[in-house]
Design a protein around this ligand. Sequence first.
Ligand SMILES: CC(C)(COP(=O)(O)OP(=O)(O)OC[C@H]1O[C@@H](n2cnc3c(N)ncnc32)[C@H](O)[C@@H]1OP(=O)(O)O)[C@@H](O)C(=O)NCCC(=O)NCCS
Length: 379
Amino acid sequence: MKEITIRKAVAADLEAILEISEGIYNGHDYFPCVFLQWLTKPNRTIFVAQYGDQLIGLRAIHIIDEGKTFISQGLRIHPRFRGLGLSSRLIEAIHGYIRSEYPNVCRERFTTKSDNIERLAIQKKYGDIGLFEREILAYYITKETLNQKTLEDEAQNLGFQVKPCTESFLYHYILDDSVANMFPGRTIIVDWEPFEALRSNIGCILEQDDCVFSDRDAADCSRDQLPKSFAHGRRSPRVKHMHWVASIYTEDPVMFQVHVVQQLKCAYQQLQGDFIFSTFHKERHTKWGRKLLEENIGLKPVTEEDAVAAIMLYEDSLKWKYGLSGVGPVDPPTPAADVSDFLGPKNDVRMQQIQGRIRRFCSTFKDGWSPSFVQFHEE
Ligand SMILES: CC(C)(COP(=O)(O)OP(=O)(O)OC[C@H]1O[C@@H](n2cnc3c(N)ncnc32)[C@H](O)[C@@H]1OP(=O)(O)O)[C@@H](O)C(=O)NCCC(=O)NCCS
């Protein structure tokens, strides 16, 4: 009987990682694209599960927030080995590693898409707490369906321009305590990774070629005039596609649209060829985003029916889970809404809506495939 072993990944695993990725997200998997780069980053570690010579699973961690958080990401199990408890083994092995190597880490965070039933099942099993969600709009962009002039016209119609943020402005203003409250849970989502709005995270929040904008720059800020909006955009390659992922933070619907147009301009200029443009934003801005992108600019949503999905942020308090001693001060979770929103009947209603969408999606399969759903609320 061959043993399953869990070890750190090495560059030679790339081919096997590409194979595991094959059936995942229909060519939109990001993991093989970042694998080699992540191996070189001191705060990231990638683990793989191996059965005999075959690589059958993987998962990565990223230590952030001054060493008190680890982001878990890239959970993948080879299709032939699913449903056997392997992801649970990987999760537990990583928790053991964190406890011995990073005793100051006191919480795990991860994001997932609202229709990822398998991942949400695992979230439910471990009792991870939902902190907040941001809605997602995603559109196909081709050089035929969009041109620079349309974007310039739209920017002019909106009548306001946002300003590029320098690294110094990001550090001194956006990541200042007084401004960081504009981020729900004081957390900025950057290409699916959640970072607390801390100056120590600046190297993760701002990478080369990122496009970051605010309604103000240093010249027009004062004690009473601080930035009220922020948008971050990053090129995000996937196995068979190119994506641009933007996170937009503002209360104002017009400012939201100004940032959307600016991000689209940056993506259009930076990316050659076709790509998918997506934004993460506050729920109530979705209707403005759809009007702008579909009616005014004429873009086609990635999924015609149910164009809207959400990114959800979950947290697991490791101190609570293992009763660790020697852990540094633990901040309580900082949900943007009441925690009961995520655990109680309200969450059930939301989950039923998501499951309804997935049922409709599944009914389009000829063989009538249907997923097994999870009960999200137990008395
Ligand atoms: C998500 C994924 C990693 C799960 O791996 P797995 O090894 O099959 O999961 P496990 O067997 O360890 O199951 C973990 C729990 O989730 C539940 N689960 C797994 N798949 C499920 C499904 N389709 N529907 C409902 N529950 C499911 C299991 O019942 C189990 O709970 P239990 O121990 O209480 O029975 C795997 O399906 C996968 O690689 N999917 C594609 C990539 C992906 O979506 N990754 C997650 C986002 S990064």
